[in-house]
Design a binder for this molecule. Structure first.
Ligand code: BEZ
Length: 386
């Protein structure tokens, strides 16, 4: 008994400096993002944005110097569980930031929930992450797939369209953006007459474009992103559809892609929580700093990376760098107003941004703001119990 008591005391004494080191040593951030494949550029922009905010804070968050471990997740859901487990168990990261692809993010959310690891999702919109899979230690700095889809459903109905074809990759992001779109569009009296799909990340669009031409809808709603979005917009124009059947989409269709899409994207209307011409002091300062640091113009992905770091900073400031204080970390974010380049946003009860969704139009190399399509739009957080 005495031996047992001594062992317990010794263990507690040993544990104390460890707990202390956890809140005062370097902060290990695991960046799990695509560096290859159709979403590679999105991963780079998120990484750039995250590091920019940290650099602006002198390289420290919550009083701790930030150190990075980066993993290329290849936008492959089949490798996601192994990849995040390596970050948590082998690299001992304090927090994981990732990823872009909804399927990857759902696998990550499961591990984060099971292990209690702090996770900030800087893009992937999988509704489940802030729905049935929600958890006190999981946050998103981007959007839910429902949000920009729903906003476009309202916007296209207002334009007077009634018969629409949807087209997307067949996986959670495409399915859920179309579902959000359909919810708002049918509520406003419109009809989705055909849903077209192809597997992610295929870009053989020809047969589907022929189908659209034969169906002759009033308009088309699309979700593609990254390299796939570049090819889809170019193929749509090359098929001669652009002038007769207007193409709309969530803003991923034209964000970070305009250089490559050139005039084929001109005039396209999309919905997203960021635009290139907000012209607010906050966004202008961010755009200038980003351009100076990377010799590139930022896009929505860069903003989401930047805001993931801001959210981490807010939570860490409240717990003085101790990521173990999860309840206090979450409480700080739930009452925060995040001063984003996109415009200030708050965090919903299920930990998703409550934010304005802009209607944007491509003018030259910019997604310019036409107006606010849905103000302070909150994801319904269906199925979230926390
Ligand atoms: C997604 O898989 O959630 C996603 C990927 C790229 C852009 C937007 C959403």
């Amino acid at each position: 008994m005495k031996f047992l008591r001594l062992t317990v005391i010794a263990a507690a004494t040993l544990a104390a400096p460890l707990a202390c080191a956890q809140s005062t040593g370097k902060l290990k951030v695991g960046l799990m993002l695509p560096a290859t494949g159709t979403f590679a550029a999105l991963g780079t922009a998120i990484d750039n944005g995250f590091r920019l905010y940290v650099a602006e804070q002198g390289g420290k968050l919550g009083g701790r110097e930030v150190e990075y471990v980066r993993v290329d997740d290849e936008s492959d859901p089949a490798k996601a569980t192994d990849n995040i487990n390596k970050l948590i168990k082998r690299d001992n990261v304090d927090v994981v930031v990732g990823s872009v692809h909804s399927g990857v993010a759902m696998a990550m959310a499961k591990v984060a929930k099971d292990t209690g690891t702090l996770l900030i999702v800087p893009n992937a919109g999988a509704d489940a992450v802030t729905g049935p899979m929600c958890a006190p230690n999981i946050f998103r700095s981007s959007f839910s797939n429902w949000q920009p889809g729903y906003a476009m459903g309202e916007a296209m109905a207002k334009k007077g369209h009634r018969k629409v074809v949807t087209i997307t990759w067949k996986y959670a992001a495409g399915d859920e953006m179309v579902r959000g779109f359909r919810e708002a569009f049918t509520k406003a009296g419109g009809a989705v007459v055909k849903e077209l799909n192809l597997p992610f990340p295929n870009v053989e669009f020809q047969a589907l474009l022929t189908d659209i031409a034969a169906t002759r809808p009033d308009a088309v709603f699309a979700f593609f992103a990254g390299g796939g979005a570049v090819k889809f917009v170019k193929d749509y124009a090359a098929a001669g559809l652009k002038s007769g059947i207007p193409l709309y989409g969530t803003g991923f269709l034209t964000d970070g892609t305009l250089e490559a899409q050139a005039t084929d994207a001109e005039g396209l209307l999309t919905t997203l929580h960021y635009a290139d011409s907000l012209n607010t002091p906050r966004d202008n300062a961010f755009r200038l700093a980003y351009a100076k640091a990377y010799k590139l113009q930022p896009d929505v992905y860069a903003v989401q990376g930047y805001d993931a770091a801001q959210m981490l900073a807010i939570g860490l400031a409240a717990v003085k760098g101790d990521v173990g204080k999860k309840a206090e970390f979450a409480a700080a974010l739930r009452k925060a107003r995040i001063d984003s380049p996109r415009g200030a946003f708050t965090v919903s009860a299920s930990h998703n941004p409550v934010q304005d969704i802009y209607l944007r139009q491509v003018v030259g190399k910019q997604n310019q703001v036409v107006g606010v399509a849905s103000a302070a739009l909150a994801d319904p957080g269906r199925g979230c119990r926390m």
